[in-house]
Design a binder for this molecule. Structure first.
Ligand SMILES: Nc1ncnc2c1ncn2[C@@H]1O[C@H](COP(=O)(O)OP(=O)(O)O)[C@@H](O)[C@H]1O
Ligand SMILES: [Mg+2]
Length: 375
């Protein structure tokens, strides 16, 4: 069966100059299996190779080596139009001189579909997207959000096996972005097609993806569902990239003190030191006297010690951002800074001393050299 699974094997893209000499390797031998019907998000900082990867799936960029298969067909040398894909870009790419109807119908007209079929398909899709009252307008008479919906509609009417999105919401204002985000998610659950969605925005990735593929410098750092990425990052990069505000990461080493293990920040004076208790102690023993990074999420620093798994750290308040039900409190501790997400409506003053308690059950340790999490 020709399903919408996408199999990416040892995929490499090296760009070349006009004489065919290699200039830059943007994708470095990546492997990724995307299930039929899955919503897969590719996320990573600008320049990490997301667009290049997506364009190779689409057939808009030549593959240097490796294979891409959609369903059971290897598509490496297949024309974009034969791949069963439809792509939605950041800049809508609508035809300015055509009506909305014709913009949406264009692909079907090219494919020589029957007039009734086109009328019916565009009619239904435009209605579902709330565009049915503006089919005779030209794109310039539409808002950014409406234009992006037309671009979406144009992809939907083609009924592709795989939808490819490249930062489709980047040009919209914040409110519209949130709205379109849920519209695309709803669309995915209605249509059930495979979707590959590229974004640099980790919040978008976390809220939309069935699974997320985190990329950096042309390589895949981790592929997992959102909560696994959040709770069990495999490396320092994923730990720091996923989550907002980001995980607190302190440099230091594991030392033996008074018969127990402590994490001690590398600093001459005022260094933070945290006794390792529970499961973290066992992890720490694997890296005694080696450089490590101690990671704790802002919500795992609390104002009270809830049970025996919490360890105090003395700090002082730098800035607090009260947000109603919780506050983001930027703290000075030791030689560095910590961010705590503290529940409740308490107000904090600049310079105020504050003891925060680290939930040691949630702490992660990373090997400074390999940047891998210690398990
Ligand atoms: N035509 C090209 N020639 C050379 N390098 C390119 C070309 N297109 C993109 N790159 C480089 O490849 C890297 C990945 O680009 P891209 O896939 O667009 O990243 P992303 O979409 O993740 O921001 C970037 O460093 C970019 O500068
Ligand atoms: Mg890009």
């Amino acid at each position: 069966m020709n399903d919408g699974a996408v199999h990416i094997t040892d995929l490499v893209k090296t760009y070349t100059d006009d004489r065919g000499r290699p200039t830059f390797t943007a994708v470095k031998k990546i492997n990724l299996e995307i299930q039929n019907g899955e919503f897969m998000v590719l996320v990573g900082p600008s320049g990490c190779g997301k667009t290049t990867t997506l364009r190779m799936v689409a057939g808009l960029e030549k593959i240097t080596s490796g294979t891409i298969a959609i369903g059971d067909r290897i598509v490496n040398d297949m024309e974009p139009k034969d791949r069963g894909i439809a792509m939605v870009f950041q800049n809508y790419a609508l035809y300015p001189h055509m009506t909305i109807f014709n913009n949406m119908a264009f692909g079907l007209q090219l494919a020589k579909k029957k007039k009734d079929f086109i009328q019916d398909t565009v009619g239904r899709t435009s209605k579902a997207l709330g565009l049915d009252q503006m089919l005779e307008r030209k794109p310039q008479a539409l808002s950014g959000g409406q234009r992006q919906r037309v671009a979406l509609g144009r992809a939907i009417v083609r009924n592709p096996q795989v939808f490819l999105f490249d930062e489709p919401l980047s040009n919209l204002d914040a409110k519209m972005r949130v709205q379109m985000r849920s519209e695309i998610s709803r669309l995915h659950s209605q249509l059930g097609n495979t979707m590959i969605y590229v974004t640099h925005d980790q919040v978008e990735a976390m809220t939309m993806g069935d699974r997320i593929c985190v990329m950096k410098d042309g390589a895949i750092m981790q592929v997992a569902d959102p909560l696994t990425l959040y709770r069990q990052p495999e490396n320092l990069f994923v730990a720091g990239f996923i989550g907002s505000p980001p995980m607190n990461l302190l440099k230091g080493k594991i030392e033996r003190r008074d018969g127990g293990l402590v994490f001690a920040e590398t600093a001459e004076q005022n260094a933070v030191s945290v006794p390792l208790i529970g499961q973290v102690e066992a992890l720490g023993s694997k890296l005694l006297d080696k450089p490590v990074i101690f990671g704790v999420r802002p919500e795992h620093l609390t104002e009270e010690s809830k049970n025996g798994s919490h360890v105090p750290v003395a700090s002082s308040v730098d800035i607090a951002e009260p947000m109603g039900s919780e506050s983001l409190v930027y703290l000075k501790a030791g030689t560095g800074n910590l961010i705590a997400r503290i529940h409740g409506e308490a107000l904090y003053e600049m310079g105020q001393p504050l003891t925060v308690y680290v939930n040691m059950e949630k702490v992660l340790l990373f090997d400074s050299e390999t940047e891998k999490v210690i398990r």
